[in-house]
Design a protein around this ligand. Structure first.
Ligand code: S3P
Length: 450
C-alpha cells in the first residue's frame, strides 16, 4: 500500500565500502515550522535549504489554502508571504496532510484559535494515528473537534472565536503536542504556558523567539516551563534550514556497518534535543567523529565522519535519551543487529504511534532476517550477531513508514543476503534523494518492479 501512488518495491544488496560525501536534505521539523511561522506573519519570509519532501510540500499547500502565498524559486529557495497571527482564512477544501503527523498536528495548533472551521485528512498511516493528544489541549482554548473513533482523522476542527490562554502539562514526550499548544497560544490573549517533563526538540521555541515572539523557558521542579506572550506581531525572517540529523542517520549507520567504509556527512544540525543517536553509536563503539564543530543560526553544526566499525557492542540505551533520538530507533536497531550482545531500548512507547508501530515493523523485519528481538509495550531488545553474521534475505513490509523502508535498505548493505521492502515510496516524504545519494556512496539499491 502506498501513500501517494503506486508501491515501489526495493532491494538492497550487500555492497563494497561506502565512501564520499553525503549531502542530506534540510531538516524536516524546521522546514514545517518555517512554512507555518512564515504564514503567521505579515510580509515575506525567505527560506533556503527547505526540505522538498512530500510531508513539507503538503504543509506548504496547506498554508496556501489558509491564504498565504508560498513560492518555490528553485534550488531549495522558497518564500512565504504570510497573513499574520490570527489571519488564517477558512480553506475551501479539506486539508490533506498526506503522511505527516508533524504537519497535521502543528497546523491544527496554528488554526485552533482562528474563527474558522477546517477538515483534515491524510493517508492510511496518518488516519490511523491518535489526534486526541492535540485536540485535548486545544479544547482548553475553546477549539472543538469531531473526528473518527479514537480521535482519528478525518477530523473537523472549529477554531475558538474568543480563545482563552492555557496552562498545559504535556502528558507524553511530544514536540508536536508542545508545538501545537504554543502555535495556538499565539492568537490567544495573555500568557500560554506549556510544561514538559522531558525535554523534546525545541525548534518551535527557538524559532518563535527568532520571529520576535516573547517566549521564556525555565527549568523548574515541574519540568521545562515555556511561557509565551499571546498576540504578538511576528516579523518575517530569513531562514537557513540546517541539514537533517534524522536523515544523516542513514548514511552514518550504513558506513558504520559496511566493511571498509569512510563517509563524510557535512553540515549536520546537532541541536542536543536531536543528537541522541550519535552519542549512542559512539557508546556502542562506532568510529564516528564530529569534525569542524561550529555554530550556525544559533544551532550547533558539525561535519560527521563515520567509518566502518568492526567492534560494535550492544548497550542499554538510556531512556532519558529517547526523545532526542525518537526517529532514529529503527536504524539503530539495524546497527544493533551487527553489534555483539544485546541492545536494550527502554522507555520508547511513543515508537508505537509513529508513521507505523515502529517496534512491531522493525521486529518483524529483523526476525525475518534472522535476528532475535524481544519486545514489550514500551521496550525492545535486539540481540546482535556481529559483523558478517547477519543472514538477511527477507522482504519486509514498510507499513507506509519512510524510516522503516530506509532502515532495511541500510541493513541490506551488510547482511549475507539482500534485504527487500515491499514499498519504498514513503521514502519521498522525508528523503527524496535517498536512492541517488546512497548510490553515490557505492550502495546497491534497486527498484525491483522496473
Ligand atoms: C517532530 C516531533 C517528533 C518526531 C517527528 C517530528 C516535530 O514527534 O517523531 O518526526 O517536528 O515536532 P513527537 O513530538 O510526537 O514525538
Amino acid at each position: 500500500m502506498s501513500g501517494h501512488g503506486t508501491p515501489i518495491p526495493m532491494m538492497s544488496r550487500p555492497c563494497g565500502p561506502l565512501s564520499g560525501e553525503a549531502h542530506v536534505p534540510g531538516d524536516k521539523s524546521i522546514s514545517h515550522r518555517s512554512l507555518i511561522l512564515g504564514a503567521m506573519c505579515v510580509g515575506q519570509t525567505r527560506i533556503t535549504g527547505l526540505l522538498e519532501g512530500e510531508d513539507v510540500l503538503d504543509t506548504g499547500r496547506a498554508m496556501e489554502a489558509f491564504g498565504a502565498t508560498v513560492t518555490n524559486h528553485g534550488d531549495g529557495e522558497w518564500t512565504v508571504t504570510g497573513v499574520g497571527v490570527g489571519g488564517f482564512a477558512e480553506p475551501e477544501q479539506v486539508i490533506d496532510c498526506g503522511n505527516s503527523g508533524t504537519g497535521v498536528r502543528l497546523i491544527m495548533g496554528a488554526m485552533a484559535t482562528c474563527p474558522i472551521t477546517v477538515t483534515f485528512t491524510g493517508d492510511a498511516s496518518l488516519n490511523g494515528r491518535p489526534m486526541g493528544r492535540v485536540t485535548d489541549p486545544l479544547a482548553l482554548f475553546g477549539t472543538q473537534a469531531v473526528g473518527r473513533q479514537g480521535g482519528r482523522l478525518p477530523m473537523t476542527l472549529v477554531g475558538a472565536v474568543d480563545p482563552v490562554p492555557v496552562r498545559y502539562v504535556v502528558p507524553v514526550p511530544s514536540a508536536q503536542v508542545k508545538s501545537a499548544v504554543l502555535l495556538a497560544g499565539l492568537n490567544a490573549p495573555g500568557q500560554t504556558v506549556v510544561i514538559e517533563k522531558e525535554a523534546t526538540r525545541d525548534h518551535t521555541e527557538r524559532m518563535l523567539q527568532g520571529f520576535g515572539a516573547t517566549l521564556t523557558v525555565e527549568q523548574t521542579d515541574e519540568g521545562r516551563v515555556i511561557t509565551l506572550d499571546g498576540q504578538p506581531e511576528l516579523t518575517p525572517q530569513t531562514i537557513v534550514v540546517p541539514r537533517d540529523p534524522s536523515s544523516a542517520a542513514f548514511p552514518v549507520c550504513a558506513a558504520i556497518i559496511t566493511p571498509g567504509s569512510d563517509v563524510l556527512v557535512p553540515n549536520i544540525g546537532l541541536n542536543p534535543t536531536r543528537a541522541g543517536l550519535f552519542t549512542t553509536l559512539q557508546d556502542m563503539g562506532a568510529d564516528l567523529v564530529y569534525e569542524n564543530m561550529r555554530e550556525e543560526g544559533g544551532e550547533p553544526v558539525a561535519d560527521l565522519r563515520a567509518k566502518f566499525s568492526p567492534d560494535l557492542k550492544g548497550i542499554a540505551v538510556p531512556p532519558a535519551r529517547a526523545a532526542s533520538m525518537i526517529d532514529e530507533y529503527p536504524v539503530l536497531s539495524v546497527v544493533a543487529a551487527f553489534a555483539l550482545g544485546v541492545t536494550d531500548m527502554q522507555g520508547v512507547k511513543e515508537l508505537r504511534v509513529k508513521e507505523s508501530d515502529r517496534i512491531d515493523a522493525m521486529a518483524k523485519g529483523l526476525r525475518a532476517a534472522g535476528v532475535s528481538v524481544d519486545e514489550g509495550p514500551d521496550w525492545w531488545k535486539v540481540t546482535g550477531l556481529g559483523h558478517g553474521n547477519v543472514p538477511g534475505g527477507a522482504t519486509v513490509a514498510s507499513q507506509l513508514d519512510h524510516r522503516i523502508a530506509m532502515a532495511f535498505m541500510v541493513m541490506g548493505m551488510a547482511t549475507q543476503k539482500p534485504m527487500s521492502v515491499d514499498d519504498g515510496s514513503p521514502i519521498a516524504t522525508s528523503f527524496p534523494i535517498f536512492e541517488d545519494l546512497m548510490a553515490g556512496l557505492g550502495a546497491q539499491i534497486v527498484r525491483t518492479n522496473s
